[in-house]
Design a protein around this ligand. Structure first.
Ligand code: MG
Length: 349
């Protein structure tokens, strides 16, 4: 519990938030839609002169909106929580306010982590005991597009060591061939649940393997558990769940359908739950990717604090936008570099 310097009264903690529209450098197209902007809500928690920053990002498939996030945040008063340094306690307070609302909860969780890290003068990767030297390379995402645009994006991504290629449109093989005309880098592929025929999905995965793809994300819809289980048994590539493995409960129930899980703060409610998911995945023998949505460097840097514990990283949301309002996590020679800054390691521009 925090007290003012006179030790007579507890410090007050103040939550502020504002909507912000992220502009994408290129229209972002995946199997289920296309967009040029993404709405986010930026949060800040202030206490004793320290400010912690957070963010909720709302891609359409999660069902949250600026309105729903604002409605949830309007109900949050961390002064009602007995000890805000007990983050598990804060997370259960947020869960008691309303079910779901994971991006809104992440916006509070991230700001609280940043605030506490600044109060303690410690970055979170150190607090977790993670070695920043183990931070993986991050992939950068190439959305579905005409092959000439795909080639342009591959050239723009020259400084990144791994590309994640979105598939599930009508020109998957043309896209992969266009990528291969430009580079021999290792590739991840992500079909965003688009394939619904297991044999065709398997044939495609064998072809992708031959084209240098090393990992396949969400090849089929999560509802097709029988087909996914068959595909996992036959696939020459590790299969990662994303839309199918949002929360810690999803991981417990459906983790066995995949070789790996793409953990994202906006799906699971923030850093506390993401770190729990990493531990659970390890216990289950499931590989870990740490990922993100279209986000500023605020939420991406929060996820990056966990990246030394992950096998793979796809932390590129901030790289795909043109109006990032934070400075934070950096990528050098394709690898995530964590600096010794307290909290989540960000500064507002
Ligand atoms: Mg994905």
């Amino acid at each position: 519990m925090f007290y003012n310097s006179d030790m007579k009264s507890r410090s007050r903690i103040r939550l502020d938030y504002e909507p912000y529209i992220l502009r994408l450098r290129h229209p972002f197209r995946v199997a289920w839609g296309s967009r040029e902007t993404t709405p986010v809500v930026l949060t800040q928690l202030e206490m004793d002169g320290h400010i912690g920053y957070g963010e909720a990002s709302m891609p359409p498939y999660l069902g949250e909106s600026v309105e729903s996030v604002a409605r949830f945040l309007g109900r949050v008063d961390l002064n009602d929580v007995s000890d805000i340094q007990d983050i598990e306690n804060v997370v259960s307070y947020l869960d008691d306010l309303a079910p779901g609302n994971y991006a809104a909860k992440a916006a509070v969780d991230i700001a609280l982590h940043d605030l506490l890290g600044k109060v303690w003068g410690e970055p979170w990767f150190l607090r977790y005991g993670y070695d920043p030297g183990n931070a993986p390379c991050t992939s950068i995402t190439i959305g579905i597009d005409d092959t000439e645009v795909v080639k342009l994006k591959v050239r723009e991504a020259e400084s990144y060591a791994i590309l994640k290629i979105k598939l599930g449109g009508t020109n998957d093989r043309e896209i992969i061939r266009a990528v291969r005309a430009e580079t021999d880098k290792p590739l991840y592929a992500d079909a965003n649940s688009a394939w619904t025929d297991k044999q065709r999905a398997l044939d495609m995965i064998f072809w992708l393997r031959d084209m240098g793809v090393i990992l396949m994300e969400q090849p089929m819809p999560c509802e097709m558990s029988g087909e996914l289980s068959w595909l996992k048994d036959h696939s020459p590539l590790p299969l990662f769940g994303d839309e199918g493995l949002k929360t810690i409960d999803d991981l417990k129930r459906f983790g066995g359908l995949y070789h790996g899980v793409n953990i994202k703060l906006m799906k699971c409610g923030g850093m506390f739950n993401a770190n729990r998911m990493i531990q659970l995945a390890r216990e289950m023998g499931i590989k870990v990717m740490i990922g993100c949505m279209t986000e500023t460097s605020c939420a991406v840097s929060a996820a990056a604090q966990l990246s030394p514990a992950a096998d793979y990283a796809d932390l590129d949301g901030n790289l795909l936008i043109s109006n990032d309002c934070f400075d934070g996590m950096k990528v050098v020679d394709g690898r995530i570099v964590l600096h010794n800054l307290p909290g989540i390691g960000v500064e507002k521009k």
